[in-house]
Write a protein that binds this ligand. Structure first.
Ligand code: NAD
Length: 249
């Protein structure tokens, strides 16, 4: 099937693109990195849309809130309407920060995305995703590369990108083959995490026994552990545990 992925050159997008191509799908890429800005988004011959493109740095959103409205809200509202009017299914990236959306302009942008979605469109509330290709500023990558300067006492539900791709695949299947999921309702949004919270400092200590501690930024949720009841109803089981992943060889 023809599937448009926005943010197709980003961290989650490029893993998802690779997986869906191996599964035989034709991917229509939308990413600034391939000169296809979502402000020009058109459905072309897409039969399914997965919208991941966004500015995703919570702290930067405090400094540049307008950017987060212009890039995360305005194009998403348009993509939601285009898909709805054409009857094309849409999954779009939300975030676990939706549960405390008021803490940052980034959170507000995801909250608006969920509010403007049409019936049948599904929000993907990722927790803290890690794996090859994650943004350099992300904690697990810094830990693995030996670049960590301090740790906080935030509780984070770390989920590997392969498990995220698996969760997206299950939601796609629920939409495309509903008869396989008799009696299981499609939700307007799914928490996508492992359902396990680890403190950042506890994970850091596996590689840095004497790491410095700092209080976390107020714009970040103290705890983003997901309630994975609904994604589990679709058959989801996380396969990679962060505490094993970060162990030194
Ligand atoms: P990423 O920054 O690695 O990728 C985002 C991609 O979107 C980039 O390749 C960027 O070039 C592209 N993009 C941004 N604005 C664009 C525009 N106007 N036109 C075209 N392309 C544009 O981010 P990611 O980690 O892959 O996250 C994907 C989505 O998931 C985002 O919406 C993010 O908010 C959400 N999310 C991610 C996490 C996480 O832990 N990675 C957690 C919660 C939610």
């Amino acid at each position: 099937m023809n599937i448009a992925i926005t943010g197709s050159s980003g961290f989650i997008g490029h893993h998802l693109k690779h997986y869906l191509e191996l599964d035989g799908h034709h991917i229509i890429p939308w990413d600034r990195r391939v000169d296809r800005d979502i402000s020009d988004f058109e459905l072309e011959d897409a039969e399914f849309v997965i919208h991941l493109a966004a500015d995703a740095d919570v702290r930067r959103s405090i400094e540049e809130p307008d950017l987060y409205w212009d890039n995360n809200v305005t194009p998403t509202t348009r993509i939601q309407r285009l898909c709805y009017e054409a009857g094309v299914p849409l999954l779009y990236a939300s975030s676990s920060c939706i549960h405390q959306w008021h803490k940052s302009p980034y959170g507000i942008s995801k909250k608006v995305n969920e509010e403007t979605a049409f019936p049948g469109q599904v929000g993907l509330r990722f927790t803290t995703v890690y794996g090859d290709g994650a943004r350099d500023s992300m904690f697990i990558g810094k830990l693995m590369r030996g670049e960590l300067k301090y740790a906080t006492n935030h509780v984070r539900d770390f989920i590997h990108v392969d498990d995220v791709v698996h969760a997206i695949d299950l939601i796609m299947l629920r939409i495309l083959e509903p008869h396989l999921f008799e009696g299981i309702r499609l939700r307007a949004a799914y928490d996508i995490g492992c359902g396990i919270g680890n403190t950042v400092s506890e994970v850091a200590r596996i590689r840095y026994p004497h790491i410095d501690h700092k209080p976390g930024d107020a714009c970040e949720a103290q705890d983003n552990t997901a309630d994975i009841t609904h994604i589990q109803e679709l058959g989801f089981k996380p396969t990679i545990n962060v505490l094993n992943y970060v162990q030194p060889n």
